[in-house]
Design a protein around this ligand. Structure first.
Ligand code: HEC
Ligand code: HEC
Ligand code: HEC
Ligand code: HEC
Length: 426
């Protein structure tokens, strides 16, 4: 009797262990650990070829071509001029390409089409512009190094066959995540971070941060450079630019105020990194590439779009509130941000006008006038940092509202200083 009991308990024990293993495999293992690897050559960039081996990821990647608005009313995947909702853009970017053409972003497969179509590209456009638009950058950089950056874009076009595809983020041999933009690796190295040794969790944001970040072109060789040496917050980067790095003193001279201006470029990674999700270890992929389940297989959605199109998968893995509540929270933040962003942008537009008039006033106080120009440069950097970021503040609501508050104050100071310089009220 006794030995039979021992035998039965042992059997039960073994059964329990097997059950545990099955449960762990089904529910806990990350999809990438269960994926069957295929032999894809290192120079294969066609996503359809990769897709034969990884059909679920490829099917969801193809959804990036879908053009639909977002349920928040902001963002969305439709190419639309931003100046329709924010006409102050036309004044604040006067004298430079963003006043001619500045559209809402859409899916990754369109990156090269949109680069070709934009009125911002002219025969003078340099090769550095394709850095974040195509996987073919890998081979181009391998053969030319940074020399590609100052070549005319038109000369590189025949070498570019694909937009943002699998190879931008994956090593085809191991399917592990990889970063291919050398500017990102350089900038991280200067911050003391070796991207090659990054954890899987960090890589789930780094693959995005390599492109969704602020940058400038070094004046001499047009090398793409991220201004991160002093930190990732708007004042840190402003302080970096203030030192005129490698002789870079402005993106353009504003024709009205004659102020030396900076243009901010989509600092999504920077804003997110300092926010509550970034600081809690949540990654870009957690929200923008959530796990899905199909035919009994768990996989990462490769439809990289607004997470609010699939709140259940994107947010409810961590949040217990219902979808309606989460959408309302996002909308509330965005509406508050959009309102202050408008006030900041419009006050800056007025400041360009006032500084312009003050500058044309005979016997204007030149020292005060340059102070006003410095103030508007700073005000616009703060406004543009938020306006160029893609989440309408959601990635970091408190920093966003703080930055816009400072922008509004600086714009009013710029107006007051210009009026003082002119000795009258414009
Ligand atoms: C913008 C970056 C990016 C692009 C482009 C991309 N992936 Fe991924 N992929 C990811 C991320 C992030 C993960 C999650 C990896 C992790 O958590 O370790 C992932 C995971 C995977 C996995 C592991 C299983 C899974 O679903 O999590 C496969 C297979 C895969 N991707 C295939 C592809 C294929 C095929 C393409 C092109 C059609 C592609 N990926 C394009 C970022 C990308
Ligand atoms: C190689 C550069 C590159 C990488 C890597 C990259 N992006 Fe993008 N992303 C872009 C560009 C460029 C666009 C705009 C394309 C356009 O409008 O033509 C874009 C657009 C988007 C959009 C807007 C899509 C829409 O439907 O409106 C989202 C969201 C996005 N990216 C998130 C991510 C996330 C999350 C990652 C990492 C998993 C990532 N991106 C990786 C360059 C990149
Ligand atoms: C906690 C979830 C979360 C994380 C983490 C997150 N995002 Fe977002 N992201 C959002 C939400 C919500 C929006 C607003 C979408 C909307 O308005 O429809 C958004 C918007 C965007 C957009 C604009 C989408 C559009 O429709 O035009 C881009 C691009 C983007 N995020 C990139 C990133 C990148 C890059 C990272 C990491 C550096 C990141 N996000 C991290 C939730 C997240
Ligand atoms: C991987 C886990 C995770 C995911 C996915 C996630 N969150 Fe969060 N979220 C957090 C954590 C952690 C906090 C910090 C506060 C806390 O501990 O509750 C937070 C805080 C918030 C807050 C309050 C702070 C703020 O920034 O306003 C909101 C709102 C929020 N999340 C919305 C969302 C939405 C919307 C999504 C989906 C697009 C989302 N979250 C996805 C983990 C997550």
């Amino acid at each position: 009797m006794k030995s039979k009991n021992v035998f039965l308990s042992a059997l039960l024990g073994i059964a329990l262990i097997i059950l545990c293993i099955i449960l762990v495999r089904v529910f806990l293992l990350q999809p990438s650990e269960t994926v069957k690897l295929a032999a894809i050559p290192d120079t294969e960039y066609d996503p359809a070829v990769w897709g034969k081996h990884y059909p679920l990821e490829y099917q969801s990647y193809l959804k990036n071509k879908e053009m639909a608005p977002s349920p928040t009313g902001f963002g969305g995947s439709i190419k639309e001029q931003k100046s329709i909702k924010e006409p102050e853009i036309l004044v604040n970017f006067k004298g430079m390409a963003f006043s001619k053409d500045y559209t809402e972003d859409r899916g990754h497969p369109y990156a090269m089409d949109d680069l070709k179509e934009t009125k911002r590209v002219t025969p003078a456009t340099v090769g550095s512009c394709m850095t974040c638009k195509t996987a073919n950058l890998r081979d181009i950089y391998k053969t030319m190094g940074w020399n590609y950056a100052k070549k005319p874009l038109a000369e590189l076009m025949p070498l570019i066959k694909h937009p943002i595809v699998c190879a931008n983020c994956h090593d085809p041999k191991t399917m592990k995540l990889r970063v291919s933009n050398p500017a990102f690796m350089d900038a991280m190295q200067r911050r003391g971070i070796d991207v090659a040794k990054a954890s899987r969790e960090d890589m789930r944001s780094y693959v995005c941060g390599q492109c969704h970040a602020e940058y400038y072109f070094k004046p001499d060789d047009k090398r793409v450079t991220f201004p991160w040496d002093k930190g990732l917050k708007p004042p840190d980067m402003y302080a970096y630019y203030k030192e005129i790095p490698s002789g870079f003193d402005m993106d353009w001279l504003h024709p009205d105020s004659q102020a030396k201006m900076l243009k901010a470029q989509h600092p999504d990674f920077e804003l997110f990194s300092e926010g509550v999700h970034g600081k809690s270890g949540v990654s870009c992929a957690d929200c923008h590439m959530p796990y899905m389940r199909e035919k009994g297989r768990k996989y990462s959605s490769h439809w990289v779009t607004s997470p609010m199109k699939h709140v259940q998968a994107s947010c409810r893995t961590c949040h217990t509130q219902d979808e309606k509540w989460l959408l309302e929270r996002v909308r509330t933040t965005q509406n508050n941000v959009f309102q202050l962003q408008g006030i900041a942008g419009q006050t800056i537009a007025r400041a360009h006008d006032v500084i312009g008039k003050a500058g044309a006033t005979p016997e204007v106080n030149q020292a005060e006038l340059s102070k006003a120009r410095e103030l508007i440069r700073n005000a616009q950097w703060f406004w543009d940092f938020i306006a160029a970021e893609n989440s309408m503040g959601f990635h970091n609501p408190d920093q966003t509202l703080n930055t816009l508050g400072q922008s509004i104050d600086l714009a009013h100071q710029a107006i007051a200083t210009a009026n003082r310089a002119a000795g009258k009220q414009y």
